[in-house]
Design a binder for this molecule. Structure first.
Ligand code: SAM
Ligand code: SF4
Length: 454
């Protein structure tokens, strides 16, 4: 049995910090503002806060840390569902094997390319391939053939993959095919709850899943994304479990998670639950995002369209650094919407241009940047920049340049006007005068017809 997670320790840390003192919280937040993370015990104290005033101090600290490390940029991407066939039967998921209501489909390489083109036409530059687990329908070739074809035929610059656990050799193939981040959610870090939710199929093996990140590293992938499905169990336990997992692989491989996702469980068509076991309310959800931001400041936080417009807008401020937009959650959904093929129903239906407009209105800058990955700032190299606090020196100019390109190629007149205003302000925020000048020159080059500058 793998011992990455000490469940007894998590419970005792949570019990010991049940009623955090005001002075203690002030001390933790002061430490968190140094952007070097906080301990599990300190994280538990923040998670146990109930007082609204103290919570707003947590949000302020998260806002500060996010701006310090990443600047004002928000990276955009879209998920591409390649298949909804699945041999597992996760009780909470609409794709589960026993759900007879779902229309099943696995896309061919041509269909995947056509979906990627539809995503590109919205203005996206990065996508996330995602599907159910079915060794016959979606083996490693399914992913690598799709990636080869997309990189060759579509102007998509970064492909991330969210897929079931693989063998080391398969991860190597994924790396060779040009994967950006490999993402996998443990769902729950509680063995007992995991067992209840995943009774059959390959996914029933908790250890096989929690060791997937190790095999990904062994296969040469160094940007990995993790997540706990919020709503299966006590969120405080899950946050600490995820951080314990992250600490364990960082210790062994020298790299922490590149991203943390915060999927919140939603009712799905044909799921096998009658209710969400541990419903996470909006207030606690907001707290979770802020606490992750403070605990692992150098890690990107990803928010999907599972969340509402209002929640997504609010969370931009307190720690989220990547969001999906214009998403479809069924295979083939971008070309033609099919009824009864979705994994879950989307809660924010705004198109990419609408989302761009909102990000601008909220005072942030939309980014389509894929530079770190293409400049080999991945894994440990990325972490060094991020931990050194200088990643925004790259992020801000690259956000400006990629946003400008998006406006030139896809923007309406109205969006261009708003966008130029945001770009003007963002330029002034580049501290290094030389870098600012270089960015202004590159903006002119983009106007002259050049593309893909970073
Ligand atoms: N099948 C692969 C796997 O299980 O790792 C790929 C990912 S699955 C399509 C994507 C993720 O969606 C799951 O890992 C789970 O956390 C999440 N998910 C499943 N059912 C959900 C629901 N009803 N509401 C919100 N998220 C859900
Ligand atoms: Fe299949 Fe993944 Fe859904 Fe589980 S969460 S039923 S493995 S698609």
């Amino acid at each position: 049995m793998v011992d990455f997670i000490d469940e007894g320790l998590i419970h005792s840390i949570l019990e010991d910090s049940i009623r955090p003192e005001r002075a203690e919280i002030a001390e933790i937040l002061a430490k968190a503002r140094e952007c070097r993370g906080i301990s599990l015990k300190e994280t538990a104290s923040l998670l146990n806060i109930q007082d609204e005033e103290l919570l707003s101090e947590v949000y302020d600290a998260a806002r500060y840390v996010k701006n310090k490390i990443y600047g004002k940029r928000v990276v955009l991407f879209a998920p591409l569902y390649t298949s909804n066939e699945c041999t597992n039967n996760c009780l909470y998921c609409g794709f589960r094997h026993d759900n007879k209501e779902l229309h099943r489909k696995t896309l061919s390489v041509e269909e995947i390319v056509s979906e990627a083109k539809a995503i590109e036409e919205q203005g996206h530059k990065r996508l996330l391939l995602i599907c159910g687990e079915d060794a016959k329908k979606t083996d490693i070739r399914h992913f690598t053939d799709a990636m080869d074809a997309i990189y060759k035929n579509v102007n998509i610059k970064r492909i991330n993959v969210e897929a079931a656990p693989m063998q080391v050799e398969e991860y190597r193939q994924l790396k060779n095919a040009g994967v950006g981040t490999y993402v996998i959610f443990q769902e729950t870090y509680s063995r007992e709850v995991y067992k209840k939710m995943h009774q059959v199929g390959r996914k029933a093996d908790y250890d096989w899943r929690i060791t997937a990140i190790d095999r990904a590293f062994q296969g040469g992938i160094d940007d990995v994304g993790v997540g706990a499905l919020l709503g299966l169990y006590d969120y405080r336990f899950e946050v600490l479990g995820l951080l314990m997992h992250a600490m364990s692989f960082e210790k062994r491989f020298g790299v922490g998670p590149h991203t943390i996702s915060v999927p919140r469980l939603r009712p799905a068509l044909g799921w096998a639950l009658d209710k969400i076991p541990f419903q996470v309310n909006d207030r606690d959800f907001k707290k979770i995002v802020a606490v992750y931001r403070l605990a692992v400041p150098y890690t990107g936080i990803i928010l999907s369209t599972r969340e509402s417009e209002q929640m997504r807008d609010e969370l931009l401020g307190i720690g989220v650094s990547q969001i999906s937009a214009g998403s479809k959650t069924s295979p083939g959904g971008y070309k033609e919407e099919e009824d009864k093929a979705d994994q879950f129903s989307v809660n924010d239906h705004r198109s990419l241009p609408k989302m761009i407009e909102t990000i601008c209105q909220e005072g942030y800058i939309p980014s389509f940047c894929t530079a770190c990955y293409r400049r080999c700032r991945t894994g440990e190299a990325f972490m060094e920049h991020a931990k050194g606090g200088d990643i925004h020196e790259y992020c801000q100019p690259n956000a400006i340049l990629t946003f400008k390109e998006n406006l030139l190629d896809y923007g309406t007149e109205q969006l261009k006007e708003k966008g130029e205003e945001v770009i003007g302000k963002a330029l002034l925020e580049i501290e290094d005068a030389g870098m600012r000048l270089k960015t202004v020159e590159r903006l002119k080059e983009l106007e002259g017809g050049k593309r893909d500058l970073y």
